[in-house]
Design a binder for this molecule. Structure first.
Ligand code: PEP
Ligand code: MN
Length: 348
């Protein structure tokens, strides 16, 4: 339930509504905007009579929202959430690009990838140290050694680091090295993990589950938000459909749908979304044109020898070309991308 207070509501009226909600068993989350206060009430009895609140002083409107998620909804928080990471923001005017290999493999590979993506204008380095592989015989990641390599390279190239945490037991370790914690598609409904991430203070990149509806995805975000962590960034990474040409079907329509339903920023992952290197740039361009707040792209210095996801990893020069294209597309829809000038390199 959402209680919208009147513009001129007095503080004691707001406090009275809060006290009533708490007495009725609701958890109250207060959001004070420039114009008015909005109270999100979570929990309480389903048969609560909202007219009790409607007749109170200072109350403008009480909405029983039909969406099962509340804190993640636009109704609760009309202004977009902006997640700050160092000196940049995800969900603001700038389109933020995260890039790097699927997995950390060697020091040389991590260093080469970090140098390349930083030069091209990426702000965040991506790389897995714990890999959720479909087969237990596939490369599972380097664990802490991989995190160390990535941290060193990120510090050298002034990049932030996003890395996956697969299990509650890995949170403390990954948190020590990474600036943002990634929840993989296969873990989108690992509710124990989501609850624990609600208690951390690091931004969380929440990937959409392979077969998850947008509502289920937002409910997963709700777990993190209701645990007390407001910094959730959603990531559309493709869903399973009947189409088999591409690895997944990148649901670009999820970008404007999420922007309508939720205040959370959303980035797109055209690498896992297509599974094919040659389809990454067109889908990245499309996602930015559709209003994505960022991208996460797999880039490998030698993709043909990658230990995971080589076929969908682009070469550094392809990534650089894509970034140049995005610098043309983003302003066309009122966004910017990597405003600092990037040293010129000829491709052709
Ligand atoms: C990844 O980012 O490398 C990854 C495993 O992604 P997803 O969880 O979307 O499959
Ligand atoms: Mn991958």
């Amino acid at each position: 339930m959402v209680v919208v207070m009147q513009e001129r509501a007095a503080e004691d009226q707001i406090q009275h509504v809060i006290a009533t909600l708490v007495e009725k068993g609701f958890d109250v989350h207060r959001s004070t905007g420039q114009m008015r206060t909005v109270l999100g009430a979570v929990g309480g009895k389903r048969d609560f009579d909202k007219r009790l609140l409607e007749v109170m002083g200072g109350v403008q409107e009480v909405l029983r929202i039909t969406e099962p998620y509340k804190l993640a909804s636009r109704t609760f928080r009309p202004e977009p959430t902006v997640v700050s990471m160092g000196d940049f923001r995800i969900g603001g005017d700038e389109v933020i690009v995260m890039a790097g290999p699927c997995s950390a493999e060697t020091e040389e590979q991590v260093e080469a990838a970090a140098a390349a993506v930083a030069r091209a204008g990426a702000k965040v380095f991506r790389g897995g140290a714990f890999k959720p592989r479909s087969s237990p015989y596939s490369f599972q990641g380097l664990g802490e050694a991989g995190l160390q390599m990535m941290r060193t390279a990120c510090d050298r190239h002034k990049l932030k680091l996003v890395s996956e945490v697969m299990d509650v037991s890995q949170i403390e370790l990954v948190d020590r090295y990474a600036d943002m914690l990634q929840v993989g598609a296969r873990n989108m409904q690992n509710f124990t993990l989501l609850r624990e991430l609600g208690r951390t203070r690091k931004p969380v990149l929440l990937k959409r589950g392979i077969s998850a509806t947008i509502e289920e995805w937002l409910l997963s975000a709700e777990y993190i938000l209701s645990g007390g962590n407001p910094d959730v960034v959603l990531c559309e990474r493709g869903i399973r459909t009947f189409e088999s040409y591409t690895r997944n079907t990148l649901d670009i329509s999820a970008v404007p749908v999420i922007h309508k339903l939720s205040h959370l920023p959303i980035v797109a992952d055209p690498s896992h979304g297509t599974g094919r290197r040659d389809k990454v740039a067109p889908m990245a361009r499309a996602a930015v044109a559709a209003g994505a707040d960022g991208l996460i792209i797999e880039v490998h210095p030698d993709p043909d020898r990658a230990l995971s996801d080589g076929a969908q990893s682009v070469f550094p020069d392809q990534f650089e070309r894509l970034m140049a294209e995005l610098r043309i597309i983003a302003p066309a829809i009122g966004r910017s991308i990597c405003v600092e000038p990037v040293p010129h390199r000829a491709w052709a």
